[in-house]
Design a protein around this ligand. Sequence first.
Ligand code: SF4
Length: 204
Amino acid sequence: MKKAMTISYEVGEGLYLNLTNKCPCACTFCLRQNGDGAYGSDPLWLEHEPPFEEIVADLEKRDLDSYKQIIFCGYGEPTCAFDMFKKVAAWLRGQTKTPIRMNTNGLSDLINGRDTAPEFKGLLDAVSISLNAPDKEEYNAVTRPKFGEESYDAMLKFAAEIKKYVPDVMFTVVDVIGEDKIKRSQEIADSVGIRLRVREYIPD
Ligand code: SF4
């Protein structure tokens, strides 16, 4: 396992932020199982979880206005570094008008032990939540969350709540789950009133 201090990295027209390697899940498709980076990035395993000053020093080297989007993502679940995310997102709001998104597993409430959706107010333009599966059993088999049974419902509740605080909310599933599960995932997404994005699974 190669480690580095890759706090930000470019993929396409986006700037991705890597704040933490913590995650309560062990998804069967997680890129972290296949290598040390994502889509040609430097290693995303962090030597240490960066403090605010180190993140700002990294981002000050970037032309933040030049990206289509800035995305909290990385080799871990961003809401595992929730306080740092909030601080960095608020700082970014003062630096650039570039839209900010988070890619999350949607388990923030279980990770942080409270209803966290209101704390996102004003910080994000978009949030992409990994739905991963059309039901609890399949979700647990694929995502393997340490919180067990309550995870799927907690993720759906978080998704429904965060719509009040973030303008663009989407669910994602990967295309390899197959047509039937995509169809049933669409029904779940419709029931929560959130659009579904079927993304191509590209193992790094
Ligand atoms: S939630 Fe994301 S980082 Fe965590 S195991 Fe799943 S794919 Fe990997």
